[in-house]
Design a protein around this ligand. Structure first.
Ligand SMILES: [Zn+2]
Length: 467
């Protein structure tokens, strides 16, 4: 445990709230600067641009980031020269297709050489995310990129009439309320963002009445967070036959795919609008769901294109998502293979937006395991930070109550890693799930050559029948 986490967890509740407020102040300054409001205002208008206007904008942005990468990022310069590309390669949007794809493995190896030696956006912010192969991915972002991405998320909220600063409750995976705490309050408050926080570990049958009283009293305008956590909460409320008198007006989910059964359950219990957006921490693209149920590429922020395109019907096609971000000039991501797949349609959406329409983000379901408590969880995001001794890990769930970590070791791997992983599972996922280990020389790929981060023999869409 990091010293900072130790201090936090062992502090009284009012001090923890002060920590949350201090964190809120720092984040508020970072996310919601003057530029954020400028972006937000502009985005309100740009979302209804015509096709030609969008095309011109994207071509200009793509050319600009490509040339910037070519001239100021040693990694890209070498890569593109090797591919026989010139500085003036981009003449039309279609030319993007000849740019070599950026793979996660390359970023892991070369991320320090991917930094621009002439970034116009100043300070770089280090970030870490865990990729679908279970290995941590380090990268840098900039304040401009952070502001832009938050402006996209707030554009979605404003579309539904949420005002900046409205009171919200966030359902998160990060431990804000220490897991050993057995009595309420199971929430903390981040005052500068008017955001209350709960973490998934306390959402269980015996605590649910405390949560309901608290929600009824606070009258939140919206909930946000991981769909699997909000679903778990709603699922318990429903199964115990309880009622929430003052539900929020909206639920905005992100970070994971919002599954249909989760959406229906949340709508039944909270009687409100439930919607989501598609995004990823690397910040190289985003897609927002409109009121007609489709996702629209947020073309202002990045270009999303299909790789290995498969035609499904004359009007729909699927492919792996390749993303080119327009906002991060500190460490550009160009044709980055995110690891998700999507289905696009060429039909126009009735909402009036002309940006590309995505009918479904497919490849995320498989990231889930189910805990003995009946929670569906995307577990890679919490577990595989600081795990340099692991080359690859696949999590296999054959039955409820147990998970098997299938690991390809790297030099330095010891039994300490097993202990550490078990501790993390107990802390983040479930205190009662059994964790077993299996060591292999390589992890088998699927017939199409894909690595599967999670192999589950349990049907998550019919979770009710299994628990
Ligand atoms: Zn639409």
């Amino acid at each position: 445990m990091r010293f900072k986490d130790y201090i936090y967890e062992n502090s009284p509740i009012y001090v923890q709230n002060l920590f949350c407020t201090a964190y809120g102040l720092i984040e508020k300054n970072k996310r919601f600067s003057k530029e954020f409001f400028t972006y937000l205002e502009w985005l309100e208008e740009s979302q209804y641009w015509g096709e030609q206007e969008i095309y011109d904008y994207k071509l200009r942005e793509l050319r600009q980031i490509y040339q910037h990468a070519f001239t100021t990022v040693p990694f890209y310069k070498e890569k593109y020269k090797k591919a026989g590309l010139s500085l003036n390669h981009i003449q039309e949007l279609e030319d993007a297709k000849k740019i070599p794809i950026l793979k996660k493995a390359e970023i892991r190896k070369h991320w320090k050489e991917m930094v621009s030696n002439k970034s116009p956006d100043g300070k770089l912010y280090p970030r870490q995310t865990s990729g679908s192969s279970g290995m941590a991915l380090d990268f840098y972002t900039t304040k401009r990129s952070i502001n832009f991405q938050w402006a996209l998320w707030w554009r979605l909220r404003q579309q539904y009439g949420v005002n900046f600063g409205d009171k919200s409750l966030s359902f998160i995976g990060k431990i804000t309320v220490p897991i050993q705490q057995v009595n309420p309050p199971f929430w903390r408050v981040n005052k500068p963002l008017n955001q209350h926080l709960v973490n998934m570990q306390h959402i269980k049958d015996e605590n649910i009445k405390f949560f309901i009283d608290y929600i009824d009293q606070e009258k939140f305008i919206f909930f946000s967070g991981y769909p699997s956590i909000i679903y778990s909460f709603c699922h318990i409320v429903e199964s115990l036959g309880l009622i929430i008198k003052n539900p929020p007006k909206f639920v905005f989910t992100g970070a994971e795919k919002l599954l249909a059964n989760q959406k229906f359950c949340i709508e039944r219990v909270l009687q409100c609008i439930v919607t989501d957006h598609y995004g990823f921490s690397e910040g190289a693209g985003n897609a927002t769901r409109c009121k007609h149920g489709n996702y629209h590429e947020d073309f202002e922020f990045g270009h999303l294109e299909p790789n290995q395109k498969t035609l499904l019907t004359p009007n729909t096609f699927s492919g792996e998502i390749l993303a080119t971000g327009f906002a991060n000039y500190g460490m550009p991501f160009i044709r980055y293979n995110v690891g998700d797949t999507a289905t696009w349609t060429t039909e126009k959406c009735n909402c009036g937006r002309n940006s590309s329409t995505i009918v479904n983000i497919d490849g995320r379901n498989e990231d889930f395991i189910i805990t003995p408590e009946g929670l569906t969880m995307k577990i890679h995001s919490y577990l595989f930070k600081d795990t340099k001794e692991i080359q690859e890990c696949q999590i296999v769930q054959y039955k409820l109550g147990e998970v098997v970590f299938r690991i390809v070791q790297r030099p330095g791997y010891t039994t300490w890693n097993e202990i550490h992983l078990r501790q993390k599972v107990r802390k983040w996922i479930s205190s009662s799930i059994v964790v077993n280990f299996e060591y292999v020389d390589e992890i088998e790929r699927t017939d199409s050559g894909k690595f599967k981060a999670v192999v589950s023999y349990i049907d998550i869409n019919n979770i009710e029948v299994h628990i």
